[in-house]
Design a protein around this ligand. Structure first.
Ligand SMILES: NC(=O)c1ccc[n+]([C@@H]2O[C@H](COP(=O)([O-])OP(=O)(O)OC[C@H]3O[C@@H](n4cnc5c(N)ncnc54)[C@H](OP(=O)(O)O)[C@@H]3O)[C@@H](O)[C@H]2O)c1
Ligand SMILES: [Zn+2]
Length: 379
């Protein structure tokens, strides 16, 4: 289930357009920013665009700097990142520069689109992903089959909109250009529809000549059993909190964060915090929230270790405390081993009460690291 890290990259006019309606691509930024984009391209395993961008711009999507290409090769990577095109119809020009420049190319398409692309004889590996295009399946394919760990998405708006709305973007790198397009028929960066709630986190701003680069991270938890990119960020924070616990030879080190549906952090906690030798992370975090807070019902608890189902040090285990607080979604990295209690099935307890428990095993190593000494003892 792991996906690549998904970085969306775009430049927009002050009135939110990606391009004008003229035949040539509108240049929104200048040489210094194009060089920055080149550097980002050189840092990723793959660059993805939609079929609309190939039709409108006929882009090459190369790493232009010979020094950056040489550094990739020296690091054992292909000279150019994999180029990925996405299409429903498969209706693409076989003469487009995308297919004839750079390194490896792949078209990820619907079944019908793949048939059409093969008939057109596109110079690319054509992969059919099913009757419709499922972004999670597409990202899994890139991760598992193509070995892509960092994916840069260079548009267009249709693609960016879907990845953000489905909660699959880890980062947005947005360049704001000081000009207006003013044409309602021009393509916009983000279309209408249901975005994951709340505000994004602004993680950086930088002036580059006359444009501004802004970087953002989504914060809204996923919904139900489906993980979002923000789920991964919050679980990573829980793992950091676990690493900061006072050490113990008799209890796990765990970190927990409680996050509202709109991405607002409600509380955080970790094992043995504030001098309490037996307090658990989820218990400590929940203790900091008013039980009447209406956001608890839509909140997610991130816990580096599965919430406990039994404990001797307090009357109620953490799985029970979570349910009693009204929370119905838990994201964790690691199922509790039988180190201190047997049948430690906190996930089972939560699921039986109707809660969604999402396990992200890619964080298991990080969550276990502060507990290595306890795990060695039992194996
Ligand atoms: N300023 C910038 O940073 C920047 C960057 C990139 C692009 N752009 C501009 O953006 C414009 C193009 O944007 P766009 O929104 O029209 O095109 P796009 O996002 O590049 O591509 C949209 C196409 O991708 C395929 N697609 C997307 N989602 C799909 C799904 N769920 N299932 C199946 N197929 C799917 C479809 O291809 P089929 O039609 O083949 O089915 C769809 O028409 C151009 O004007 C370009 O200049 C600007
Ligand atoms: Zn507990």
């Amino acid at each position: 289930m792991p996906y690549p890290y998904v970085l969306l990259s775009a430049a927009v006019s002050l009135d939110g357009y990606l391009d004008d309606t003229g035949p040539d691509r509108l240049l929104l930024s200048g040489p210094a920013d194009f060089d920055r984009v080149d550097e980002v391209r050189a840092s990723v395993d793959a660059i993805l665009v939609g079929a609309g961008t190939i039709r409108a711009d006929n882009p090459r999507l190369l790493v232009n700097s010979p020094a950056r290409r040489a550094a990739r090769v020296a690091a054992g990577k292909p000279e150019y990142p994999l180029k990925v095109a996405v299409s429903g119809t498969g209706e693409l020009d076989p003469a487009a520069l995308f297919w004839h420049t750079g390194g490896e190319k792949v078209l990820l398409a619907t079944d019908a689109g793949a048939d059409r692309a093969r008939a057109l004889g596109l110079a690319a590996d054509v992969v059919a992903l099913g009757p419709g295009l499922d972004w999670r399946r597409l990202l899994e394919h890139l991760h598992d089959v193509r070995g892509v760990r960092r994916l840069m998405v260079e548009g267009g708006g249709t693609i960016h909109t879907q990845l953000l709305q489905e909660g699959l973007a880890d980062e947005l790198q947005l360049v704001l250009a000081p000009l207006f397009v003013g044409d309602p028929d021009a393509p916009r960066l983000f279309g209408p529809g249901g975005y994951q709630g709340g505000r994004l986190r602004l993680t950086g701003t930088r002036r580059i000549e006359d444009v501004v680069l802004m970087t953002y991270e989504p914060t809204a938890p996923g919904t139900g059993p489906l993980p979002s990119a923000a789920d991964r960020h919050w679980l990573a924070l829980a793992c950091e909190l676990a690493a900061a616990c006072p050490p113990s030879r008799t209890a796990f080190s765990v970190g927990a964060v409680v996050v509202a549906a709109d991405g607002t952090e409600l509380a955080r906690g970790h094992s043995r915090e504030a001098g309490d030798p037996v307090v658990h992370a989820e218990e400590a975090a929940l203790a900091g929230i008013d039980r009447a807070d209406p956001r608890l019902a839509g909140a997610t608890v991130y816990s580096s270790l599965e919430p406990c189902a039994r404990r001797s040090s307090r009357p109620a285990p953490c799985a029970r405390l979570i349910l009693d607080a009204g929370v119905r979604r838990v994201v964790t990295a690691w199922r509790e081993p039988d180190t201190f209690v047997t049948d430690a099935d906190g996930s089972g307890l939560l699921a039986a009460a109707g809660a969604d428990v999402v396990v992200l095993p890619e964080y298991e190593e990080r969550a276990k690291a502060p507990n290595d000494h306890l795990l060695r003892r039992t194996t």
